[in-house]
Design a protein around this ligand. Structure first.
Ligand code: GAP
Length: 446
């Protein structure tokens, strides 16, 4: 009980830091918000872009068997008939007859499920009914059944429908993959836990096409690659767990699924998934579109529909895992401090440069020069002369800046170099400004 309370507090602290420091705000906040939506501020978007860039580097740029994509969010509605989303992308919903609150039937507490009582008011819960989670919209000026379309609930289908385009333009040999990063939308019955379950979120997905005889090799390969990516973004390996999803809980099209779970403050929950989707999607799209989506293997002299291994990552969940992993409270100089122990690879600001005092033009001038030099090298560098130096360190600690570089009187008067302060230890060392400083920072920031 105490542990749960503490974790709830931890979650609240993360949400409040995100707002206070300009990472993430409630969506449409001035209108009272919109449930299940979040707006990323300057540091949030920088952190998110860093995570996406590391993913793209590992899974697309870093390989020669992967084709990057950016498909449209709106797709021909037949796509969703073929994929099974129109008939099957639903969660069981129950409604309370008294307070009218709605719940996901599979997520209400066991006691309430047994007694059929509302968790909020003890009123009677109605029968469970299936609720389709796709957001419906109309394409064009006429709003009738013929113009219905959907905001995509996964990026995956944008790749399956382009399979033939990749085959025809690039003539790849199996195995090869298609990868994309983009928004997905789900009308979740119960959005919860900050970014964990929202209605608008981003995915980073790969559809990797294989000869069915070799699917296990690629599955094992991506299992390792998912862990390698977690390391890229600085997640502690001990907080990530593999869960072999049992037969009766897997999506109907999957022959094997492993969920990667993370120890979030609210408990161990799904971070990513790795699924063997067989030839289900290409077969269905072939059937519904009447376009041949088979592949001819000219070495083996056989024609077949490739099978698919799908590593699927949530961007926002990655970011929440990164924040939960990094959030740290300790004591420094006799004072409580909060900081984000972010890997330099994802930190929104890599280096902050300060003049010791704001009202000393010689310090400010020198600090500005150093700032300009470091910005050219590292990009995400901030100049800060606002408030006393202690406050500036605390602010940078809270946004996870690995290094603060300070210009003081010794820099100017004794040519003693600048001080470089390490976020995690608070230790400072003097380093000559110029190439020596750049080399030092490159060693850690990369
Ligand atoms: N194409 C397969 C697919 O979409 P999924 O397990 O439904 O599979 C993949 O979603 C990943 O997308 C999840 O592991 C999670 O990281 C992220 N995700 C799914 N629903 C989400 C939501 N409502 N809010 C935030 N992220 C979500």
């Amino acid at each position: 009980m105490q542990k749960e309370q503490k974790n709830e507090e931890l979650m609240d602290s993360i949400v409040s830091l995100c707002k206070r420091r300009g990472f993430i705000f409630q969506g449409s906040e001035i209108y009272g918000g919109l449930a299940g939506t979040w707006d990323y501020g300057p540091y949030g978007v920088a952190l998110k872009n860093n995570i996406k860039a590391l993913w793209w580097k590992r899974f697309v740029e870093g390989r020669d068997d992967m084709y990057g994509m950016d498909a449209a969010i709106l797709m021909n509605p037949r796509t969703w008939e073929a994929s099974g989303h129109v008939s099957g992308f639903a969660d069981p919903l129950v409604e309370c007859a008294k307070c009218k609150h709605r719940f996901r039937a599979d997520q209400i507490p066991v006691e309430n499920a047994k007694t059929n009582k509302c968790p909020d008011c003890d009123g009677k819960l109605g029968e469970a009914r299936q609720f389709n989670m796709m957001f419906k919209t109309h394409v064009g000026a006429i709003e009738d059944a013929s113009s219905v379309s959907y905001l995509r609930p996964e990026t995956a289908q944008g790749m399956f429908v382009n399979f033939k385009n990749i085959i025809d333009t690039f003539h790849p040999r199996l195995p090869f993959g298609m990868a994309q990063i983009g928004k997905a939308f789900r009308n979740e019955i119960a959005p919860r836990d900050f970014l964990f379950r929202s209605r608008e979120f981003e995915q980073m997905e790969i559809e990797y096409f294989v000869d069915p005889e070799n699917w296990k090799d690629s599955f094992e390969h991506f299992l390792k690659e998912v862990h390698a990516f977690n390391k890229d973004i600085g997640l502690d390996a001990g907080k990530v767990h593999e869960l072999e999803v049992p037969d009766n809980e897997r999506a109907f099209y999957s022959k094997r699924t492993i969920d990667f779970e993370f120890d979030f403050p609210f408990g161990r929950s799904e971070l990513y998934g790795l699924a063997y989707r067989t030839d289900y999607d290409l077969k269905k799209h072939s059937e519904f579109s009447t376009v041949d989506l088979s592949y001819y293997d000219d070495e083996a002299k056989k024609r077949f529909i490739p099978h698919c291994i799908e590593p699927s990552f949530g961007v926002d969940r990655s970011l929440l895992a990164v924040l939960s992993n990094a959030y740290t409270e300790d004591e420094m100089g006799g004072e409580k401090r909060t900081y984000l122990k972010l890997a330099p690879s994802v930190a929104p600001v890599k280096i902050a440069v300060f003049p010791l005092l704001k009202n000393k033009p010689e310090l400010v001038k020198k600090a500005r020069e150093i700032y300009a030099m470091l910005k050219k090298e590292f990009g995400a560098v901030e100049f800060d002369d606002n408030g006393n130096i202690g406050k500036r360190y605390r602010r940078q600690d809270e946004i996870g800046t690995p290094f603060c570089v300070t210009v003081d009187f010794e820099t100017i008067e004794k040519s003693a170099g600048v001080t470089v302060r390490d976020r995690d230890t608070g230790k400072q060392e003097r380093i000559k400004e110029g190439q020596e400083l750049i080399d030092f920072l490159y060693k850690t920031i990369g």
